[in-house]
Design a protein around this ligand. Sequence first.
Ligand SMILES: C[S@@+](CC[C@H](N)C(=O)[O-])C[C@H]1O[C@@H](n2cnc3c(N)ncnc32)[C@H](O)[C@@H]1O
Length: 386
Amino acid sequence: MSSRFAVFVALVAGLTLSTLHPFTQSSRLGSLSPVCLGFLLGLLVAETPIASRLQEPLGLTSRHPDRVGLDILHSQGSLEGETAKSELDQRVTYGLQHAFLNLEVTGWWFNMGLWDKDRSMRFQDACKALVEKVTSQIGIQHDSHILDVGFGCGDQDIYMAQLYQPARITGITIEPIQHHAAQELVKRTRTPGTEIQLYVADASNLPEFLESTPSVFGTSKVTAAATATGSRQFTHVISIDSAYHYNTRAQFLHNASRVLAPNTGRIAMADMILAKPAPTSGFGRKIFETIFSAVEVPVVNMKTMEAYKQDLMDAGFVDIEIECVEDQVFSGLAAYIENQTGRLGGLVKPGVNWSYWGLCKGLRWLDRSKWLHFVIVKARNGPRLS
Ligand SMILES: C[S@@+](CC[C@H](N)C(=O)[O-])C[C@H]1O[C@@H](n2cnc3c(N)ncnc32)[C@H](O)[C@@H]1O
């Protein structure tokens, strides 16, 4: 894909430059350049036989439905797949164009996952492995009441319910559409012994959310007395691959400590921090700020290990354990996306493929540069601070 992409960039850049260059602008050729550029871009997105001829070598999409089917059947580049592709012109009635009728979405997981070395893991299993890594050995019991902050589409709540059967899981997310998907999932999945309640709320406003939502500690299927603290406190606060988004994470940690039971409450997170100090001024700083604001991460959250530990201590946490697991995260996810794009990329719009292509390049770069730590954090709440 990368060499194809380079050809595409070179073509577009060449034509763009030729439109801007004063010498060619004054020539007849120069005035034709915008037309050529428009024609080329039009060809790239159009739905014509010529367009698909052009799109395929550029790696933009596999338009031939049987080619998409063969990509799904074989991993990218297998010998059998290539041989079969060379026979695509044979007349067929049905071929493989019914691929999409057989596809099913069995969950809406979206964390970075914890990947095996052999790379044969499925995405959902890697996501589950991350949940297990975060939630193991933090004393979740049948009378626990978990606050899950940034629950995604609820898959992790169902999974925690299956793993530990805590009395209650209260989840919050900032995205209404994900809340909607999660409610649907919870409605159609039985979780005996666990009540799951999901809300739209901002992690940065925990006290206000609890104040305005009495049902969180109210009685319904599971009585408040059945939970370990029996009162307006959680036994656990969980945040998986999400806390780096909060504005600010330090404020969230402070609030988390206040909603957890003193001395016994536990926080557990999968999070991202800096492995190297950030540039403090100049062009480097500008790039640093631009990258993080583009992915909606407040720059103030990008802290080194020492500053991060200090935030946890300032919030009132003790027995802090932080494990760096980025070697099992970034490259594993990149390899999976590359493979998945090779197999199923033909089924999605080129723009979606391109955004995942960008994500892959970013993940590969993170893996090589060792610039960020992906951390698993576990800590116990200290005594109530005044
Ligand atoms: C990378 S996803 C991880 C989702 C989920 N933990 C999972 O494993 O599938 C990050 C999640 O954090 C949520 N999020 C981001 N900022 C938030 C905030 N301020 N308050 C609550 N949730 C937030 C997003 O809506 C998104 O669902």
